[in-house]
Each structure stands twice: as C-alpha cells, then as structure tokens.
Write a protein that binds this ligand. Structure first.
Ligand SMILES: CC(C)(COP(=O)(O)OP(=O)(O)OC[C@H]1O[C@@H](n2cnc3c(N)ncnc32)[C@H](O)[C@@H]1OP(=O)(O)O)[C@@H](O)C(=O)NCCC(=O)NCCS
Length: 157
C-alpha cells in the first residue's frame, strides 16, 4: 500500500524533442499536501527555448493542489531567474543542508483543476500519444509523463 502510494505521488515528466530527450522534471504531490518540483534539467543545447516553461506548465495541469512549490540553491542565478519568469514568488529557504548553500523555496498559486478534471491513463512505458504536451511556443516538444515506476502516463485531452 505504501509503495503504491509513493509511486503514484512521484512523477517524472520528460520533454521529448523529435525522439530525443530535451529535458526532464521530477515532481511529487505528497509534499505537505502540496505539489513540489524536486528537479528540472534541460539539455544544454536545448536551453532558452521554453522547454522548462513547458514542463512546469504540464505540472500545473497535473497538480492536484493549487499550491505549487519549487526550489533551487541560492547560488543558481539562472534557476532563480527562471522561477521569477515563471511567476513564482520567494517562499523562504532551508538551512543546514549538506550542499553548503541555502535552498531557496519558491511558491506559485495555480488553478486547482488538477487531476480532478482530467483523467490519467497508465500505459506501458514508451507509448506516447502524439502531440501530448505540445506547447504553442515549442510545438515540436511533446511531453511524455511517467511515474517513478517507469510507467508512461498520458493525459486525456
Ligand atoms: C534552469 C533551466 C532548467 C532552464 O531551462 P530552459 O528550458 O532553458 O528555460 P526556458 O527556456 O523554459 O525559460 C523559462 C524562463 O526562464 C528564464 N531563463 C531561463 N534561462 C535563463 C538564463 N540563462 N538567463 C536568464 N533567464 C533565463 C527566461 O526568462 C524564461 O522566461 P521567458 O520565457 O519569459 O523568457 C536550465 O537552464 C537548466 O537545466 N539548468 C541546469 C539545471 C538547473 O539549474 N536546474 C534548476 C534547479 S533544480
């Protein structure tokens, strides 16, 4: 039961650019009953093209909570700029971490549509619906979402 609940609440979004992984974003929905983005990384040669923006947009669509949190090290100027550009506001920090720097928390209030208004379909890993996650800014970057159990999740339109 616990393992299943854990797997269902930890997700990985993969940005697929013409069959290649352009970036990924990990998020969880069991963080103080809020949605928390743990990590986002975009391939160096795919940056500044809206991939991270598209990944966060998908998290907003999938979130079951209207409260979206994210974080980054205080030394990561690019990430801080990205969070600001994406509409996040500073929301405190975490001290005493082994990384040696403070971890800055960011918060964004989002529309609470989440999973309640959409249906999640679990399909075998690797199967994706064409066009899923496409964004107007980067139309050729469909997003495939999978849980940490490597199960592909697609969102019904
Ligand atoms: C931070 C990171 C994920 C951004 O990914 P990206 O795909 O290049 O970001 P996007 O193109 O979607 O940009 C989104 C917004 O962030 C801002 N931004 C992104 N990179 C920026 C940069 N180098 N300098 C200034 N602003 C930047 C932009 O203003 C953009 O807003 P806009 O659309 O209004 O212009 C990417 O640089 C990365 O992978 N860095 C290494 C890993 C990391 O630091 N992750 C974050 C901490 S977990």
């Amino acid at each position: 039961m616990f393992v299943r609940a854990h797997a269902e609440r930890h997700h990985l979004l993969v940005a697929d650019d013409a069959g290649q992984v352009a970036g990924f974003l990990a998020f969880r929905t069991d963080w103080f009953q809020c949605t928390f983005v743990s990590l986002v990384v975009v391939r160096e040669d795919r940056r500044l093209r809206g991939v991270a923006r598209a990944l966060y947009r998908r998290v907003e669509e999938l979130s079951t909570s209207p409260r979206l949190y994210s974080s980054t090290e205080e030394t990561n100027a690019v990430s801080i700029k990205m969070h600001t550009a994406l509409g996040f506001a500073p929301s405190g920090h975490i001290d005493n971490l082994p990384q040696g720097y403070r971890e800055l928390l960011f918060y964004k209030r989002i529309r609470p549509w989440g999973l309640g208004r959409r249906t999640l379909h679990l399909t075998p890993a690797g199967r994706r619906k064409p066009g899923f996650g496409s964004s107007s800014r980067i139309p050729n970057v469909p997003l495939a979402a999978s849980t940490t159990r490597s199960t592909t999740v697609t969102v019904a339109a």
